[in-house]
Design a protein around this ligand. Structure first.
Ligand SMILES: [Zn+2]
Length: 291
């Protein structure tokens, strides 16, 4: 009996270790804040090396020469329709870069989402917001002063969001229905407050994130990373305050178009892929099950 018992313990330990490993991978997939991005990339790279199975789309005209990355387990099956993607730009508007970006998006007939900072808008950049909206882009709320919301009281969170929604409404005539917390840091309380203000929380897909804040001199990396990792339903985090990002956009758009992607605003894409989405108070990292 004793012998049998002692042989059972290591198996239990092994099972627990496997469960712990699965949980840790799930957590790193779910979390994608700027601050945790480096660690959350590790499992992806490992998985990519051992998997060659590629999601296929019947409408993708030119396959990439390298194997497709591993599909995010939370993603939809590729559909018969062209894959769709939502490019999102945070922290603007920027006097230097946003106008240039809007010119390009217009020429390329690409719709995107701008998560603006209330404090940046109201220092004389209202026209950029108005123009973006009039040209078919979605305007989202990125707080007033880019504070990390998880470090604020509930009333401070509400103030940051409400003040910015009011600024946006004064310009475009309607409240934003999507918000993105600075660095992606959110909590159930923050999601609930966003829901009360009729907004859903929009983070981003960790797999396609080029970490443009770490690549100020490398537009090629920013473009190629997004082109090579993009999948149907991805929400891509970019910054229209980063000159390299705006420089990367012609190549990024061309590469995504070559792969058959269509571009939508976040709300258009979530609604296109899932009836009744986005839902106020829900959190999205990609198109998948809201948390
Ligand atoms: Zn930001």
């Amino acid at each position: 009996m004793f012998k049998n018992k002692s042989s059972v313990i290591p198996i239990n330990v092994a099972v627990m270790m496997i469960i712990a490993l699965i949980i840790s991978i799930s957590v790193s997939i779910a979390g994608c804040g700027d601050t945790s991005a480096e660690t959350s990339y590790q499992p992806d790279e490992t998985t990519n090396q051992v998997t060659t199975a590629a999601p296929t789309s019947t409408t993708t005209p030119t396959p990439l020469p390298t194997p497709e990355p591993t599909p995010d387990p939370a993603l939809l099956e590729p559909s018969e329709d062209a894959p769709v993607i939502a490019l999102t730009f945070d922290d603007g508007p920027s006097l230097r870069d946003t106008g240039k970006l809007l010119d390009l998006l217009k020429t390329e007939e690409v719709s995107a989402t701008f998560f603006v900072l209330g404090g940046q808008v109201e220092i004389g950049r209202e026209e950029l917001v108005k123009r973006a909206y009039q040209e078919g882009h979605e305007i989202g709320n990125h707080t007033y002063s880019h504070q990390i919301l998880t470090g604020l009281s509930q009333s401070e969170v509400r103030d940051e969001l409400k003040k910015t929604s009011d600024i946006i409404k004064n310009i475009i005539g309607e409240d934003p229905t999507v918000m993105r917390p600075p660095t992606g840091a959110w909590s159930d309380e923050i999601a609930a407050i966003s829901g009360e203000l009729n907004m859903s929380v929009i983070n981003w897909n960790w797999q396609s994130c080029p970490e443009d804040w770490n690549h100020h001199d490398d537009p090629e990396h920013i473009a190629n990373h997004v082109i090579e990792t993009a999948q149907n339903g991805h929400i891509v985090l970019l910054h229209d305050t980063n000159e390299a990002t705006v420089s990367a956009m012609p190549a990024m758009i061309a590469g995504l178009k070559e792969r058959g992607f269509r571009f939508m605003t976040v709300s258009q894409m979530l609604s296109h892929l899932g009836e009744g989405h986005p839902q106020a108070g829900s959190v999205y990292h990609t198109y998948a099950q809201p948390e």
